[in-house]
Design a protein around this ligand. Structure first.
Ligand code: GLU
Length: 507
């Protein structure tokens, strides 16, 4: 184990996992694996108002589906736990008090009404969003504006309060991002963020710093949306006396959809998934479709996410997870937003379906067929079918249309496509063809084709003119893999039955 590469993915259990979240998991995972490090999952559940039942289980199921298993988490604890912030509650208070003692944080007793009144009083066209900061804090009710006696009295009376960081008025905070290089912030622009809430729970800002420190995180990788919080975190690292232990940070680029940032709310908007797996909101009951249920293979999902914001400098696009561990380089992650293109995502999936063995696809195809109430053939037969049709499937769900005619006789026959060139001679041909195959012991694609062509020659009809009708008789329409392969799999009885059925329709 390498103690110089301890990374974490720190999701808040507030809903489904967005593809950007899975990409953050993936990049963390790859970094840990290529450095023989430790990949930790820490559940950031301090915001009880946003907590959603089932979201944590969902996250772990996603990780299993994607094959990105953590080295340590609530499910497999190691030496850096506990792994849920709600179970670490007691830890944070001490550090908050340390910050108060050193003058970098303060108690604030303002009620929601007082906060509203402040905003109302100070809102001007030039300052539409007045905040609790160095310009306003001395007009509010806090341990900086009140006397020590007043403050102590409030605390003794258990008056509801929060603890806020005291952001410096004039200071440039700087850090080096592994992707963006030097980043500077004017600390005075930020508000005095709440560190401990009225319920005694830390906010994300305090908890993330304390936990990254105590868990000995060496590299903190997260989405770009957290960049604006960096100055608050850097100051906390410094104020707590840990600045030299601060992890190296990398902020990954936003994922962009057709109209800018692809957010969680875009779930149903564009007709493609944004969540890893189906997510059903327990409150509204609204179901948002995920990549898994849409018919993506996890291998393809991981592959396409890896390339959303990274490439190895060559044209290579198809990677296994092992190859990603080998090739991924965090320094090559792009700064600019990464465009998500659903057609390209399907291309990845198609490539992965083509490259997967029928054996690998079998369980997934069975799920698809089961979902469509198709009675499953035996595994040996289904494997042969999958091999024949996988080239034609971009999504796993396509296997339904592409395989069902092997299993059940087609409901509708496109006789309109046969009719215009239909003749008595052709009818005779098919009747004789049936006779011939009913005498066969066993059926093989090549024998069947030879027999078909010989008979066509005898009848003086071009085989090409007979193959399309045969295909339509067997599968219902002008699609599917090579027709004699289909015939071989569906077998003698079924061939005869289906040809007879169409001959009747054509009468
Ligand atoms: N809890 C934060 C989230 O939900 C984690 C941000 C971080 O990794 O620091 O994304």
């Amino acid at each position: 184990m390498n103690n110089d590469a301890i990374v974490r993915f720190a999701p808040s259990p507030t809903g489904g996992l967005h593809l950007g979240g899975v990409r953050t998991v993936l990049y963390n995972y790859l970094y840990a694996k290529q450095n023989q490090g430790v990949f930790i999952i820490r559940i950031e559940d301090t915001d009880r108002n946003r907590y959603v039942a089932g979201a944590e289980e969902y996250i772990f199921e996603c990780l299993k589906w994607c094959g990105l298993q953590p080295d340590e988490s609530v499910e497999n604890p190691g030496e850096h736990g506990p792994y849920r912030q709600s179970e670490r509650k007691e830890i944070y208070r001490e550090y908050a008090e340390q910050l108060i003692e050193s003058g970098h944080a303060y108690y604030a007793f303002d009620t929601p009404a007082e906060l509203d009144a402040m905003r109302e009083r100070l809102t001007t066209p030039e300052n539409p969003n007045p905040q609790y900061d160095h310009t306003t804090r001395m007009y509010m009710r806090n341990s900086l504006s009140l006397s020590k006696e007043e403050t102590d009295g409030f605390l003794k009376n258990n008056e509801l309060h929060v603890i806020r960081i005291k952001m410096p008025e004039h200071e440039t905070v700087t850090f080096t991002d592994m992707i963006r290089g030097e980043v500077h912030f004017e600390a005075g622009i930020s508000d005095d963020k709440v560190l401990v809430k009225g319920d005694g729970m830390p906010t994300y800002h305090l908890a993330v710093v304390v936990d990254d420190y105590l868990m000995k995180i060496t590299h903190a990788f997260r989405g770009e949306e957290w960049l604006p919080s960096a100055p608050v975190h850097i100051l906390l690292w410094r104020y707590l006396g840990w600045r030299d232990k601060m992890p190296k940070w990398a902020h990954f680029p936003l994922i962009l959809g057709p109209e800018g940032k692809l957010s969680k709310r875009d779930g149903a908007k564009y007709g493609f998934p944004v969540y890893a797996m189906n997510w059903k909101d327990p409150e509204t009951g609204i179901l948002t479709e995920g990549f898994r249920e849409k018919g993506f293979l996890p291998e393809a999902f991981i592959n396409l996410l890896a390339l959303l914001g990274w490439n190895d400098g060559t044209d290579k696009e198809i990677y296994t997870l092992d190859e990603l561990v080998e090739s991924f380089n965090i320094d090559r992650v792009h700064k600019g937003g990464a465009h998500f293109d659903y057609e390209k995502a399907k291309w990845f999936n198609h490539e992965w379906i083509k490259r997967s063995t029928a054996q690998r696809l079998l369980p997934d195809v069975k799920i698809v067929l089961n979902n469509n109430q198709v009675q499953l053939p035996d595994d040996e037969k289904l494997t042969r079918i999958i091999d024949l049709v996988k080239e034609r499937c971009s999504l796993l769900t396509d296997f339904y249309e592409q395989t069902k005619f092997f299993i059940i006789s087609p409901g509708e026959i496109d006789t309109a496509s046969i009719q215009p060139k239909w003749s008595a001679a052709k009818k005779e041909f098919f009747e004789e063809f049936i006779n011939k195959i009913s005498g066969l012991e066993s059926i093989h694609a090549s024998d069947l084709e030879t027999l078909f062509k010989q008979l066509a020659q005898e009848k003086n009809i071009k085989p090409g003119e007979l193959q399309l009708p045969l295909r339509i008789m067997l599968v219902g329409g002008k699609f599917g893999p090579p027709v004699f392969e289909i015939a071989t799999i569906i077998g003698k009885e079924e061939i005869i039955k289906r040809i007879n059925h169409t001959l009747n329709l054509l009468k």
